[in-house]
Design a protein around this ligand. Structure first.
Ligand SMILES: Nc1ncnc2c1ncn2[C@@H]1O[C@H](COP(=O)(O)OP(=O)(O)OP(=O)(O)O)[C@@H](O)[C@H]1O
Length: 493
């Protein structure tokens, strides 16, 4: 190998993203790089650079580089970025154990070699590893005087390693203007190369990048870094940390009077912070390992899911076996309490309608608008819908929530409450946003009818809400579904 590269901070692994690469192929390539030990070191960043040769069209026909083609490219890049981020999840976790961060970047540009060169310069890379499809292009580079080529084990599809001198020889090496290191949106960059011979071509690049952030405790966290390169997750974690003492004081040392309730995995205490903010502190039962998974899930999901119909996580405390989540306090109990435990003040039709719409908005936000991809709540039921004093619904209890990084259904352990589980999930463990939509449908039936999942006062099949409601819905006898306690107050339309 000879020379030691001047900078060890970045290693670029470039591949042709126009071609298909399997997860296994990428994992083997990265593993091979890791086990060598001389290229990737602790503290390094491995940039997985996928190059799409889409810009070629634009070069041939620049006027076609309009809004439509850019949009198509953006979509293609986003799709690829999601797919590769997904495929690299496991490798990123492996690398993280070794102190190496993986970044994924998809760039559409032409000519492909200039795109790589630009990236090498802008990331100040110490090494470049080229995928086999790109290898033949290597001949075109004038890098030989500063490069060392290393043959790779045959299994590895990334067959050429190259060390580049990034500090002194940048311009003479490549002759392309360095692009911005991180971009916060998709950018179109046109640069005229100033280098020699074949590198005298115009370079058109559209790119998008993500930095991997694989939470060491909750691997379901998606890649959220679109381009800015900031470690958003770490920032949130640091700023959201409470001390144990703060929570102790706020809850009057977790006194019984402050106990709001007890779930399967935790106890929830009301409290008041020094600045007057009311909180609900959810303390995990130490014996519960499922509780620890739930704790991580809530932190990961609620750190990013902020919406007017979603309970806000203010912070948390986490030390060894002691995990506490700190939420804003929601003052008016749960929908379950209002529907089933508060016979004196029955919710009227309009209130139920507003609660339905607010709940649906919270759910739509999770499924369609949340940063980082769809979130499946998996615990949609009236006891997890908290109400404010003016009956605004707030979705809570994200212990079972999962990121859904792509559109495929995800198979998982079946957790949830019987009666709200859709058949696909209950029978096979396939979870998707439809899991929540089904549960929402059941909650909707409960809001309309005021009935529990199992009505102990009814007999036989009629005891089950779903079996009771289904034939009525089928024959469109919808008025028969309506809670008799609200009489004629409903809006027929
Ligand atoms: N942010 C909050 N504000 C006010 N009360 C809350 C808040 N979060 C939870 N609670 C209340 O604390 C109690 C326990 O909540 P938790 O979510 O742990 O229980 P659960 O949903 O009943 O049970 P499980 O965890 O088994 O699903 C419930 O009565 C709930 O209404």
């Amino acid at each position: 190998m000879g020379t030691t590269p001047p900078s060890r901070s970045h290693v670029v692994m470039a591949f042709d993203a126009t071609k298909d690469h399997s997860e296994r192929e990428l994992r083997i390539a990265i593993n091979n790089l890791r086990v060598r030990g001389d290229i990737l070191r602790v503290g390094d960043t491995l940039l997985m650079l996928g190059v799409l040769q889409m810009g070629y069209q634009s070069k041939a026909c620049p006027e076609s580089f309009g809004v439509i083609s850019i949009r198509a490219m953006e979509e293609e890049i986003s799709k690829k970025l999601d797919a590769y981020a997904n495929m690299l999840q496991q490798s990123a976790e492996d690398c993280e154990d070794q102190g190496v961060i993986i970044e994924v970047k998809i760039t559409a540009g032409f000519p492909i070699k200039n795109v790589i060169v630009q990236e090498v310069i802008s990331s100040n890379a110490a090494w470049v590893v080229l995928g086999r499809h790109l290898r033949r292009d290597l001949k075109l580079y004038r890098w030989q005087e500063t490069s060392i080529f290393i043959p790779c084990p045959s299994l590895c599809p990334y067959q050429t390693f190259m060390s580049v001198k990034t500090s002194t020889n940048q311009k003479s090496l490549v002759g392309a203007t360095p692009g911005p290191r991180f971009q916060s949106k998709i950018d179109v960059v046109d640069t005229n190369a100033e280098g020699e011979n074949e590198l005298h071509t115009s370079l058109t690049v559209i790119q998008r990048q993500r930095r991997s952030c694989f939470h060491s405790k909750y691997s379901g966290t998606p890649l959220l870094f679109v381009a800015c390169g900031l470690k958003t997750e770490l920032y949130i974690q640091d700023s959201m940390t409470f001390t144990y003492h703060e929570i102790q004081l706020a809850t009057n040392y977790f006194s019984e009077e402050n106990l709001l309730g007890e779930g399967g995995y935790s106890r929830v205490y009301k409290g008041k912070l020094k600045d007057g903010q009311l909180i609900a502190a959810k303390v995990r039962k130490q014996e519960s390992s499922q509780g620890f998974a739930e704790f991580n899930s809530e932190v990961s999901v609620l750190s990013f899911a902020r919406h007017k119909n979603i309970v806000m996580l203010l912070g948390y405390f986490c030390k060894e076996n002691l995990n506490i989540l700190v939420y804003e306090y929601i003052c008016n109990k749960s929908l379950h309490w209002h529907l089933f435990d508060n016979p004196e003040n029955v919710l009227d039709w309009h209130q139920r309608r507003a609660i339905t719409i607010g709940t649906a908005k919270g759910l739509r936000f999770l499924h369609e608008e949340c940063r980082g991809g769809p979130i499946v709540h998996r615990g949609m039921r009236p006891s997890n819908i908290l109400l404010t004093h003016d009956l605004v619904p707030m979705l809570g209890d994200f212990g079972l929530a999962r990121w859904k990084i792509n559109d495929d259904t995800l198979q998982t352990t079946i957790l949830g409450t019987i009666g709200y589980l859709d058949p696909e999930y209950a029978e096979n463990g396939f979870v998707s946003v439809r899991t929540d939509v089904y549960a929402f449908g059941i909650v909707l039936l409960q809001l309309i009818s005021g009935r529990k999942i199992i009505d102990l006062e009814s007999e036989g099949q009629h005891a089950s809400l779903r079996q009771w409601a289904k034939p009525l819905i089928k024959k469109l006898a919808l008025y028969e579904l309506i809670d008799p306690r609200i009489g004629e107050s409903h809006d027929t339309y």
